[in-house]
Design a protein around this ligand. Structure first.
Ligand code: NAP
Ligand code: 8YV
Length: 315
Protein backbone atom coordinates (compact mmCIF):
# COMPACT_ATOMS: atom_id res chain seq x y z
CA UNK A 1 0.00 0.00 0.00
CA UNK A 2 1.25 3.51 -0.86
CA UNK A 3 2.07 5.65 2.21
CA UNK A 4 -0.36 8.49 2.94
CA UNK A 5 0.99 11.92 1.97
CA UNK A 6 0.53 14.99 4.19
CA UNK A 7 1.22 18.68 3.61
CA UNK A 8 2.63 20.53 6.65
CA UNK A 9 2.47 24.32 6.54
CA UNK A 10 4.87 24.78 9.52
CA UNK A 11 7.17 22.59 11.62
CA UNK A 12 5.42 20.66 14.41
CA UNK A 13 7.12 20.88 17.82
CA UNK A 14 8.53 17.60 19.06
CA UNK A 15 6.09 15.58 21.15
CA UNK A 16 5.69 12.07 22.60
CA UNK A 17 3.53 10.88 19.65
CA UNK A 18 5.71 12.28 16.86
CA UNK A 19 6.90 8.76 15.90
CA UNK A 20 3.34 8.03 14.75
CA UNK A 21 3.97 10.26 11.72
CA UNK A 22 6.86 8.04 10.57
CA UNK A 23 4.62 6.00 8.27
CA UNK A 24 3.43 9.11 6.38
CA UNK A 25 5.18 11.06 3.62
CA UNK A 26 5.55 14.60 5.00
CA UNK A 27 5.72 17.51 2.54
CA UNK A 28 7.17 20.58 4.26
CA UNK A 29 5.78 23.75 2.73
CA UNK A 30 8.13 26.05 4.65
CA UNK A 31 11.15 24.39 3.03
CA UNK A 32 9.88 24.94 -0.54
CA UNK A 33 11.73 27.62 -2.51
CA UNK A 34 8.60 28.13 -4.62
CA UNK A 35 5.52 27.14 -2.55
CA UNK A 36 3.16 27.49 -5.55
CA UNK A 37 5.21 25.17 -7.74
CA UNK A 38 5.61 22.77 -4.80
CA UNK A 39 1.84 22.51 -4.30
CA UNK A 40 1.31 22.07 -8.07
CA UNK A 41 3.77 19.17 -7.96
CA UNK A 42 2.36 17.28 -4.92
CA UNK A 43 -1.25 18.59 -4.72
CA UNK A 44 -3.00 15.54 -6.26
CA UNK A 45 -1.32 13.16 -3.80
CA UNK A 46 -1.98 15.10 -0.59
CA UNK A 47 -4.65 13.48 1.61
CA UNK A 48 -4.13 15.48 4.80
CA UNK A 49 -2.91 18.94 5.86
CA UNK A 50 -1.29 19.83 9.16
CA UNK A 51 -2.07 23.55 9.34
CA UNK A 52 -0.90 26.42 11.48
CA UNK A 53 -1.35 30.17 11.55
CA UNK A 54 -1.00 32.29 9.50
CA UNK A 55 -1.00 30.21 6.28
CA UNK A 56 -4.56 30.50 4.87
CA UNK A 57 -6.40 27.26 4.16
CA UNK A 58 -9.07 28.35 1.71
CA UNK A 59 -11.13 27.51 -1.37
CA UNK A 60 -8.16 28.17 -3.69
CA UNK A 61 -6.01 25.70 -1.77
CA UNK A 62 -8.76 23.05 -1.62
CA UNK A 63 -9.08 23.32 -5.41
CA UNK A 64 -5.37 22.49 -5.65
CA UNK A 65 -5.63 19.55 -3.21
CA UNK A 66 -8.48 17.54 -4.81
CA UNK A 67 -7.90 14.42 -2.67
CA UNK A 68 -7.49 16.07 0.73
CA UNK A 69 -9.68 14.56 3.48
CA UNK A 70 -8.59 16.29 6.69
CA UNK A 71 -7.07 19.58 7.89
CA UNK A 72 -5.63 19.11 11.38
CA UNK A 73 -4.98 22.55 12.84
CA UNK A 74 -2.19 23.25 15.34
CA UNK A 75 -4.07 25.70 17.53
CA UNK A 76 -7.51 26.01 19.10
CA UNK A 77 -8.25 29.14 17.03
CA UNK A 78 -8.76 28.27 13.36
CA UNK A 79 -9.55 31.72 11.94
CA UNK A 80 -7.05 31.20 9.07
CA UNK A 81 -9.13 28.23 7.84
CA UNK A 82 -12.23 28.65 5.69
CA UNK A 83 -14.30 25.96 7.40
CA UNK A 84 -17.29 26.47 5.07
CA UNK A 85 -15.03 25.82 2.07
CA UNK A 86 -13.66 22.71 3.82
CA UNK A 87 -17.19 21.43 4.39
CA UNK A 88 -18.12 22.08 0.73
CA UNK A 89 -15.10 20.00 -0.27
CA UNK A 90 -16.04 17.24 2.21
CA UNK A 91 -12.92 17.93 4.29
CA UNK A 92 -12.97 17.44 8.07
CA UNK A 93 -11.27 20.18 10.12
CA UNK A 94 -9.90 19.59 13.63
CA UNK A 95 -8.28 21.90 16.21
CA UNK A 96 -6.55 21.66 19.61
CA UNK A 97 -8.99 22.75 22.35
CA UNK A 98 -8.54 22.26 26.12
CA UNK A 99 -4.88 21.15 26.21
CA UNK A 100 -3.69 24.79 26.28
CA UNK A 101 -6.31 26.38 28.54
CA UNK A 102 -4.25 26.59 31.72
CA UNK A 103 -1.09 27.80 29.91
CA UNK A 104 -2.89 30.60 28.09
CA UNK A 105 -4.72 31.59 31.28
CA UNK A 106 -1.39 31.78 33.16
CA UNK A 107 -0.04 34.04 30.43
CA UNK A 108 -3.16 36.24 30.51
CA UNK A 109 -2.75 36.77 34.27
CA UNK A 110 0.97 37.44 33.84
CA UNK A 111 0.22 40.01 31.15
CA UNK A 112 -2.44 41.64 33.31
CA UNK A 113 -0.12 41.99 36.32
CA UNK A 114 2.75 43.15 34.10
CA UNK A 115 0.51 45.83 32.58
CA UNK A 116 -1.07 47.14 35.80
CA UNK A 117 2.15 47.16 37.85
CA UNK A 118 4.39 48.10 34.87
CA UNK A 119 6.72 45.15 35.48
CA UNK A 120 8.61 45.29 32.11
CA UNK A 121 8.99 49.06 32.46
CA UNK A 122 10.41 48.59 35.98
CA UNK A 123 12.84 45.95 34.66
CA UNK A 124 14.03 48.35 31.94
CA UNK A 125 14.34 51.13 34.53
CA UNK A 126 16.71 49.05 36.66
CA UNK A 127 18.77 47.86 33.67
CA UNK A 128 19.09 51.44 32.42
CA UNK A 129 20.67 52.47 35.76
CA UNK A 130 17.75 54.76 36.61
CA UNK A 131 17.22 53.24 40.08
CA UNK A 132 20.63 54.63 41.06
CA UNK A 133 19.11 58.10 40.60
CA UNK A 134 15.57 57.69 41.98
CA UNK A 135 12.84 55.17 42.84
CA UNK A 136 10.61 53.81 40.10
CA UNK A 137 7.38 55.87 39.87
CA UNK A 138 4.31 54.45 41.62
CA UNK A 139 2.04 52.35 39.39
CA UNK A 140 -1.71 51.78 39.14
CA UNK A 141 -3.14 48.86 41.14
CA UNK A 142 -5.27 45.79 40.63
CA UNK A 143 -6.85 46.41 44.05
CA UNK A 144 -10.50 47.41 43.91
CA UNK A 145 -10.89 46.60 40.23
CA UNK A 146 -13.56 44.63 38.40
CA UNK A 147 -12.29 42.46 35.56
CA UNK A 148 -14.51 41.76 32.56
CA UNK A 149 -13.86 38.68 30.43
CA UNK A 150 -15.06 38.93 26.85
CA UNK A 151 -15.58 35.26 25.87
CA UNK A 152 -16.14 32.93 28.81
CA UNK A 153 -15.24 29.67 27.03
CA UNK A 154 -12.58 27.13 27.99
CA UNK A 155 -9.75 29.64 28.39
CA UNK A 156 -12.00 32.40 29.74
CA UNK A 157 -13.11 30.06 32.52
CA UNK A 158 -9.49 29.21 33.37
CA UNK A 159 -8.74 32.95 33.56
CA UNK A 160 -11.77 33.51 35.82
CA UNK A 161 -10.68 30.67 38.14
CA UNK A 162 -7.31 32.36 38.59
CA UNK A 163 -8.87 35.80 39.08
CA UNK A 164 -11.04 34.47 41.89
CA UNK A 165 -7.83 34.17 43.93
CA UNK A 166 -7.00 37.83 43.34
CA UNK A 167 -9.90 39.37 45.26
CA UNK A 168 -11.30 41.33 42.28
CA UNK A 169 -14.81 41.54 40.86
CA UNK A 170 -15.40 39.24 37.88
CA UNK A 171 -17.91 39.82 35.09
CA UNK A 172 -18.27 38.54 31.52
CA UNK A 173 -19.99 38.71 28.19
CA UNK A 174 -20.52 35.97 25.63
CA UNK A 175 -23.47 35.58 23.29
CA UNK A 176 -25.11 33.10 25.67
CA UNK A 177 -25.23 33.43 29.44
CA UNK A 178 -23.68 30.41 31.14
CA UNK A 179 -25.75 28.46 33.65
CA UNK A 180 -22.73 26.92 35.41
CA UNK A 181 -21.11 30.07 36.83
CA UNK A 182 -22.20 32.92 39.07
CA UNK A 183 -19.98 35.66 37.59
CA UNK A 184 -22.01 38.72 36.65
CA UNK A 185 -23.26 38.52 33.05
CA UNK A 186 -23.66 41.47 30.66
CA UNK A 187 -25.60 41.00 27.46
CA UNK A 188 -23.36 43.14 25.24
CA UNK A 189 -19.64 43.96 24.98
CA UNK A 190 -20.52 47.65 25.53
CA UNK A 191 -22.46 46.97 28.75
CA UNK A 192 -19.53 44.89 30.02
CA UNK A 193 -17.00 47.61 29.16
CA UNK A 194 -19.11 50.23 31.01
CA UNK A 195 -19.19 48.05 34.14
CA UNK A 196 -15.51 47.09 34.45
CA UNK A 197 -12.09 48.73 34.51
CA UNK A 198 -10.12 45.76 33.12
CA UNK A 199 -11.27 44.01 29.95
CA UNK A 200 -9.67 40.68 28.96
CA UNK A 201 -10.38 39.49 25.41
CA UNK A 202 -10.51 35.75 24.81
CA UNK A 203 -13.06 35.27 22.01
CA UNK A 204 -12.35 33.58 18.65
CA UNK A 205 -11.39 35.79 15.70
CA UNK A 206 -14.48 35.76 13.45
CA UNK A 207 -16.36 38.14 11.16
CA UNK A 208 -18.61 38.85 14.16
CA UNK A 209 -15.79 39.63 16.61
CA UNK A 210 -13.75 41.75 14.16
CA UNK A 211 -13.17 45.19 15.74
CA UNK A 212 -15.56 44.42 18.61
CA UNK A 213 -13.21 46.67 20.56
CA UNK A 214 -13.44 50.00 18.73
CA UNK A 215 -13.18 53.67 19.72
CA UNK A 216 -16.67 53.68 21.28
CA UNK A 217 -15.98 50.63 23.41
CA UNK A 218 -12.63 52.00 24.60
CA UNK A 219 -14.43 55.18 25.62
CA UNK A 220 -16.74 53.05 27.77
CA UNK A 221 -13.78 51.28 29.40
CA UNK A 222 -12.66 54.72 30.55
CA UNK A 223 -9.52 56.59 31.65
CA UNK A 224 -8.66 54.08 34.39
CA UNK A 225 -9.30 51.17 31.99
CA UNK A 226 -6.88 48.42 31.07
CA UNK A 227 -7.28 46.24 27.96
CA UNK A 228 -5.69 42.78 27.76
CA UNK A 229 -5.88 40.96 24.41
CA UNK A 230 -4.95 37.27 24.32
CA UNK A 231 -7.58 36.45 21.68
CA UNK A 232 -6.84 37.57 18.13
CA UNK A 233 -5.52 40.89 16.81
CA UNK A 234 -8.57 41.51 14.64
CA UNK A 235 -10.85 41.72 17.68
CA UNK A 236 -9.35 45.17 18.36
CA UNK A 237 -9.33 48.17 16.02
CA UNK A 238 -5.58 48.73 16.45
CA UNK A 239 -5.63 52.34 15.20
CA UNK A 240 -8.43 53.22 17.64
CA UNK A 241 -6.45 51.57 20.44
CA UNK A 242 -3.28 53.51 19.58
CA UNK A 243 -5.26 56.74 19.75
CA UNK A 244 -6.99 55.77 23.01
CA UNK A 245 -3.64 54.94 24.64
CA UNK A 246 -2.07 58.19 23.45
CA UNK A 247 -4.87 60.56 24.50
CA UNK A 248 -5.72 58.93 27.85
CA UNK A 249 -9.07 57.47 26.80
CA UNK A 250 -7.79 54.31 28.53
CA UNK A 251 -4.88 53.83 30.93
CA UNK A 252 -2.90 50.93 29.48
CA UNK A 253 -2.97 47.74 27.41
CA UNK A 254 -1.30 44.34 27.41
CA UNK A 255 -1.25 42.67 24.00
CA UNK A 256 -0.21 39.15 22.99
CA UNK A 257 -1.83 39.38 19.53
CA UNK A 258 -1.92 41.96 16.71
CA UNK A 259 -3.81 42.69 13.52
CA UNK A 260 -0.88 41.99 11.15
CA UNK A 261 1.46 39.61 13.01
CA UNK A 262 4.40 39.58 13.23
CA UNK A 263 4.24 43.27 12.31
CA UNK A 264 3.47 45.53 15.26
CA UNK A 265 2.79 49.25 14.67
CA UNK A 266 5.67 51.54 15.67
CA UNK A 267 3.20 53.62 17.69
CA UNK A 268 2.63 50.63 19.99
CA UNK A 269 6.32 49.79 20.23
CA UNK A 270 7.09 53.37 21.22
CA UNK A 271 4.21 53.70 23.72
CA UNK A 272 5.13 53.55 27.41
CA UNK A 273 1.71 52.36 28.62
CA UNK A 274 1.62 49.04 26.72
CA UNK A 275 3.15 45.63 27.35
CA UNK A 276 3.75 43.69 24.14
CA UNK A 277 4.25 39.94 23.70
CA UNK A 278 4.95 38.03 20.45
CA UNK A 279 1.85 35.75 20.52
CA UNK A 280 3.16 33.38 23.19
CA UNK A 281 -0.06 32.44 25.01
CA UNK A 282 0.48 28.69 24.60
CA UNK A 283 4.20 28.83 23.87
CA UNK A 284 5.72 26.52 26.49
CA UNK A 285 7.45 23.27 25.57
CA UNK A 286 4.96 20.95 27.33
CA UNK A 287 1.85 22.74 26.06
CA UNK A 288 3.05 23.02 22.46
CA UNK A 289 3.95 19.30 22.74
CA UNK A 290 0.44 18.47 23.96
CA UNK A 291 -1.01 20.47 21.05
CA UNK A 292 1.22 18.58 18.58
CA UNK A 293 0.09 15.26 20.09
CA UNK A 294 -3.55 16.22 19.56
CA UNK A 295 -2.81 17.22 15.95
CA UNK A 296 -1.23 13.78 15.41
CA UNK A 297 -4.07 11.96 17.23
CA UNK A 298 -6.56 13.62 14.85
CA UNK A 299 -4.53 12.67 11.75
CA UNK A 300 -3.95 9.08 12.88
CA UNK A 301 -7.55 8.65 14.04
CA UNK A 302 -8.82 9.79 10.66
CA UNK A 303 -6.57 7.55 8.58
CA UNK A 304 -7.09 4.48 10.78
CA UNK A 305 -10.88 4.50 11.23
CA UNK A 306 -12.25 7.90 10.14
CA UNK A 307 -12.57 9.01 13.80
CA UNK A 308 -11.13 12.33 14.96
CA UNK A 309 -10.77 13.50 18.57
CA UNK A 310 -11.61 17.22 18.27
CA UNK A 311 -13.67 18.01 15.15
CA UNK A 312 -14.59 21.55 14.14
CA UNK A 313 -17.01 20.49 11.35
CA UNK A 314 -18.63 17.29 10.15
CA UNK A 315 -16.52 17.16 6.96
P1 NAP B 1 -14.00 28.54 23.33
O1 NAP B 1 -13.97 27.56 24.46
O2 NAP B 1 -14.72 28.18 22.09
O3 NAP B 1 -14.60 29.92 23.92
C1 NAP B 1 -14.92 31.00 23.11
C2 NAP B 1 -15.85 31.92 23.90
O4 NAP B 1 -16.12 33.07 23.11
C3 NAP B 1 -17.19 31.31 24.23
O5 NAP B 1 -17.53 31.69 25.53
C4 NAP B 1 -18.16 31.95 23.24
O6 NAP B 1 -19.44 31.99 23.84
C5 NAP B 1 -17.52 33.32 23.07
N1 NAP B 1 -17.85 33.97 21.81
C6 NAP B 1 -17.74 33.46 20.55
N2 NAP B 1 -18.14 34.36 19.64
C7 NAP B 1 -18.54 35.46 20.34
C8 NAP B 1 -19.08 36.72 19.96
N3 NAP B 1 -19.32 37.01 18.68
N4 NAP B 1 -19.35 37.61 20.93
C9 NAP B 1 -19.13 37.31 22.23
N5 NAP B 1 -18.63 36.12 22.65
C10 NAP B 1 -18.34 35.21 21.71
O7 NAP B 1 -12.54 28.92 22.87
P2 NAP B 1 -11.20 28.98 23.75
O8 NAP B 1 -10.53 27.66 23.70
O9 NAP B 1 -11.51 29.58 25.06
O10 NAP B 1 -10.32 29.98 22.83
C11 NAP B 1 -10.77 31.26 22.53
C12 NAP B 1 -9.86 31.93 21.51
O11 NAP B 1 -8.64 32.32 22.13
C13 NAP B 1 -9.39 31.06 20.34
O12 NAP B 1 -10.37 30.95 19.33
C14 NAP B 1 -8.14 31.77 19.88
O13 NAP B 1 -8.44 32.72 18.88
C15 NAP B 1 -7.65 32.48 21.13
N6 NAP B 1 -6.39 31.90 21.63
C16 NAP B 1 -5.27 32.67 21.70
C17 NAP B 1 -4.09 32.12 22.18
C18 NAP B 1 -2.83 32.93 22.29
O14 NAP B 1 -1.76 32.36 22.16
N7 NAP B 1 -2.90 34.21 22.52
C19 NAP B 1 -4.03 30.78 22.57
C20 NAP B 1 -5.18 30.04 22.49
C21 NAP B 1 -6.38 30.61 22.02
P3 NAP B 1 -20.80 32.14 22.96
O15 NAP B 1 -20.73 31.09 21.89
O16 NAP B 1 -21.89 31.96 23.97
O17 NAP B 1 -20.77 33.52 22.43
C1 8YV C 1 -1.00 28.87 18.81
C2 8YV C 1 -3.17 30.04 19.37
O1 8YV C 1 0.24 29.31 19.17
O2 8YV C 1 -4.24 27.98 19.81
C3 8YV C 1 -4.35 29.13 19.35
O3 8YV C 1 -5.41 29.56 18.89
O4 8YV C 1 -3.29 31.18 19.09
C4 8YV C 1 -1.87 29.56 19.81
O5 8YV C 1 -1.98 28.64 20.86
C5 8YV C 1 -1.13 29.14 17.36
O6 8YV C 1 -2.36 28.92 16.83
C6 8YV C 1 -0.08 28.34 16.58
O7 8YV C 1 0.76 29.21 16.01
Amino acid sequence: MQPIELLLTHPLPSSPRQGELDGFVLHKLWEAADPDAFIAQIGERVRGVIASRPTPINEALFNRLPNVEIVSNFGVGYDQIDVDAATRHGVVVTNTPSVLDEEVADLALGLLLATVRRIPQADRYLRDGQWLKSSFPLSASLRGRTVGILGLGNIGLAIARRLSGFDVGIAYHSRRQRTDVSYRYYDSPGALAEAVDVLILIVPGTAETRHLVDAALLEKLGPNGILINVARGIVVDEQALIKALADGTILAAGLDVFEREPNVPAALIEADNVVLLPHVGSASEPTRGAMADLVIANICGWFSDKQVVTPVNQG
